[in-house]
Write a protein that binds this ligand. Sequence first.
Ligand code: NAI
Length: 461
Amino acid sequence: MGIYDLVVIGAGPGGYVAALRAAQMGLKVAVVERYKPGGTCLHRGCIPTKAFIASAEVFRAAATAAGYGIRCGKPEASATEMAARKDRIVGLLNGGIEALFKKRGVVLIKGSASFADPRTVRVETADGTVTLGLGKCIIATGSAPARVPGIEIDGNTIVTSDEIVNLREIPREITILGAGVIGCEFACLFASLGCRVRVVELLDRCLPGFDEDLAREIAKAMKKLGIELRLGARAEKAGVSGGRVSMVLAGGERIEADRLLVAVGRTVDTSRLGLDAAGVRTNPKGRIPVNAHCQTNVPHIYAVGDVAADVVQLAHTASRMGVVAAEHAAGRTAKFDPMEVPSVMYGDLEVAGVGLTEDAARAGGRKVLVGKFHFRGLGKAHCDGRTDGFCKVIGDAVTHRVLGVHIVCAGASNLISEGVLAVRLQARLEDLAEMVHPHPTMSEAIMEAAGAALGCGTHSA
Ligand code: NAI
């Protein structure tokens, strides 16, 4: 039986980062992973989609080049070449994680782990069962796409995000169920490559969880891309016939397309982890409640990332929780603060937010200052030809503490880090408004929005 200071179950962005940090602090670490290191993020999520989005961005740039004074021929998108590029990137990053494991002495065991008791994990490998004794354990087993009753995933015509990243052709027509982050990202990606896209969403808005102003702006942009957005619509069932998918909405309307992408959230399956044998409790959805150090109800067992209860299911949440759990397991006092987690929707136009939304900030009658600045007021936005969108900064009216920063524009995913820092350092609106921002950059919008909240924005109308 191998004995380890720390056994990590799952090598996604939560588990592999935890393992690397723990090994860096001198712990003897084993990671159990049934597939390859990298998890959903690397193999079926963030990285594949961002690789495709980068290809779509080049396509867009080529298609709009004449507007910048550059003449080139009509661009053509090759799905197979885009997919090959994506596979190369995934392979490269996968190799990078394995190399880091080797360098730090992390033992990677390929197989499926479950608890035999609180201090023992059994791993079913291709060569039989391996038993691991552990001082501490981090559960980082992630999540899987949620299903809808009445809609069977066949992996080809009706797919989830797991399968769609392996498509080798751009569908002519696609229906997307769910206007969350995954639904909206794929809708914009496919529409920008010339596919006819319909999005069906239960709620009366897209991007639940994001500031509503931003969701409205992205809905506008989606319509501009030709996407048909059906809000407040419930899908009842879907089936395939003659290679086409037909979906029936409540009320009886039928929608047909070449493909259906089901993107209605993610679920967690902890039923085969033997959590009872370890004494680890779950909530009714199978997710594991944790404290600020990411400890479960069994103090030497931690849970991080999507499998943990009450956290936003994002790769960077998982990685931060992984570091916190590893440091706490090594005797340090790290804490995870969900307020410091930015949410991002990637694409041609991006949405990014951190801290409280305007509605959440106003809840309970709190007085707030809100400043907004549109990118059309910035020189750099005009130079780039990217004037859509705005930045919104929310501060407490009494203390001026920055409560939230929300951005919709090209490249918002990179700009939001300034907002994350402001929230983390409990900065005041004055800090953002007085901070010298390089000119000309898109980041000036954050300074202007904070200035607008204080009534002293230089370029605000
Ligand atoms: P989501 O929870 O963000 O959105 C799912 C949407 O589907 C909701 O708007 C919901 O109202 C709708 N819906 C549910 N059932 C429906 C039905 N029967 N008919 C019509 N609409 C229905 O889930 P999503 O987009 O699948 O993403 C899953 C997770 O992955 C999220 O936690 C997300 O944050 C994360 N993720 C993050 C990315 C990023 O950071 N850029 C990229 C991809 C995923």
